[in-house]
Design a protein around this ligand. Structure first.
Ligand SMILES: Cc1cc2nc3c(=O)[nH]c(=O)nc-3n(C[C@H](O)[C@H](O)[C@H](O)COP(=O)(O)OP(=O)(O)OC[C@H]3O[C@@H](n4cnc5c(N)ncnc54)[C@H](O)[C@@H]3O)c2cc1C
Length: 383
């Protein structure tokens, strides 16, 4: 089954982007301690995103006609890998760059492309994803929030939840029921672009286990949207969302969530001068797993670059990747606990605490472990 995941390497012209991204990321993170850098996914820094845009590092896969870089997925791989390795704040542009822009390019009208895409490429417009609802997470087809046709457009009523970054974002791309009932499952779902400043929208941040508030619940009460809020075809929302999730699951995003902690721990070992066979074996284990996952992620990127949609392979990388990301804080915590006389800096301790607390979310966000394993099993012909 997975003989389609052939080893590949990053083309030299895309590798060449690395030093430019690294310099920008280093400048943005120089004054941030490791526990702040470990919040890379949650770090909302509009200025930094605009700097990336000005450097031509956003919208890399979009056509030049819309302000993009007209490069392939490998170029984006290099940029994402560098930003996450440094713990740079990616939250502002993250979702628009990865998901909303390709969605608008593929399904949007020409007017929508011309309006949104250049602004996304400049780091001026920020998007969130309105898929989950109370009772509709894994079972996304059961979405209940409705958009009814009105004389001038659409009227939305209902609720979304776990919407990352909604309190800072300009727009949500929402999966809504435009016809039929929740029992109709895949039929009758559509995607609409919602201006989050529209009257009738209430956004409430939710505090997570770490004490941060980065996702929200959102209430829609008679929210009126113009006719051109619809993106793609009415009733095709399910198909569009499935394609969108393939972008979300296939990148280096699913490998590097704990890497700032790994780095901080490695620096600690150097500082303390601990270099015994056990710690060498542990460092070797982490390195081998990270290198293998990276190779698999690059192989997935090669399939995307070839114009394919490696849904099953991307699910495999996400499942193995998040298992690795969750293993790191446990193994590093165990290692430090096994050396109780060793002084641990406050910064390393805070970083370990943060990553330990946030790690359970790694195998939830973007599709839960059980759902991904179901996709993998189906892809292997096991169910
Ligand atoms: C940090 C974070 C950020 C998020 N950001 C967003 C966002 O921006 N936008 C958005 O729309 N959503 C977002 N989500 C929501 C996320 O996509 C959902 O949490 C996820 O899809 C799971 O849905 P649920 O929480 O309703 O859990 P449920 O679907 O109720 O699942 C609960 C448990 O049951 C298991 N389960 C469910 N169905 C099956 C099945 N058929 N077979 C086996 N096991 C099953 C699940 O795997 C899970 O372990 C975010 C979540 C997190 C943690």
């Amino acid at each position: 089954m997975f003989d389609t995941l052939e080893p590949s390497s990053l083309p030299p012209e895309d590798e060449a982007l690395r030093s430019r991204v690294r310099a920008l990321a280093a400048a943005a993170t120089a004054a941030r301690p490791a526990d702040v850098r470990a919040r890379s996914w949650q770090g909302f820094d509009a200025d930094f995103s605009r700097k990336l845009g000005a450097a031509g590092l956003l919208g890399l896969t979009l056509p030049k006609a819309y302000g993009g870089g007209e490069r392939g997925p490998f170029a984006r791989f290099v940029v994402v890998e560098e930003l996450l390795s440094a713990g740079a704040p990616v939250a502002a542009h993250w979702i628009a760059d990865r998901q909303s822009a390709p969605l608008i390019l593929n399904y949007g009208t020409e007017a929508q492309r011309q309006f949104y895409l250049p602004r996304i490429c400049r780091g001026e417009l920020f998007f969130c994803i309105g898929m989950s609802e109370p009772g509709s997470g894994s079972d996304l087809a059961s979405v209940r929030t409705r958009a009814e046709r009105t004389a001038g457009g659409w009227r939305v009523n209902g609720q979304k939840i776990w919407t990352t970054g909604a309190m800072h974002c300009d727009y949500m791309i929402a999966l809504l029921r435009t016809s039929g009932s929740a029992e109709d499952r895949h039929a009758g779902l559509s995607q609409l672009i919602i201006d989050l400043k529209a009257p009738g929208i209430t956004i409430r941040p939710i505090v997570d286990l770490t004490g941060d508030a980065h996702f929200c619940e959102i209430f829609f009460e008679d929210v009126d949207l113009p006719a051109d809020a619809l993106i793609g075809a009415e009733g095709e929302g399910w198909k569009q969302v499935t394609a969108e999730l393939a972008f979300e699951r296939s990148g280096p995003e699913r490998i590097y969530s704990s890497v700032v902690l790994l780095d901080a721990w490695a620096r600690h070992l150097q500082h303390i001068g601990r270099d015994d066979p056990a710690v060498r074996a542990l460092v070797g284990d982490f390195t081998a797993r990270l290198a293998t996952l990276r190779a698999m992620s690059i192989a997935c990127t090669a399939r995307l670059a070839a114009g394919e949609s490696p849904v099953v392979e991307a699910s495999l990388v996400k499942d193995l990747g998040t298992a690795f990301e969750q293993h790191l804080p446990v193994a590093i915590g165990d290692d430090l606990a096994a050396h109780p006389d060793e002084p641990v800096s406050d910064e390393l301790y805070r970083t370990l605490t943060y990553v330990t607390h946030v790690a359970p979310s790694f195998s939830l966000r973007g599709g839960t472990r059980e759902i991904l394993r179901g996709i993998i099993a189906r892809g292997m012909g096991l169910r």
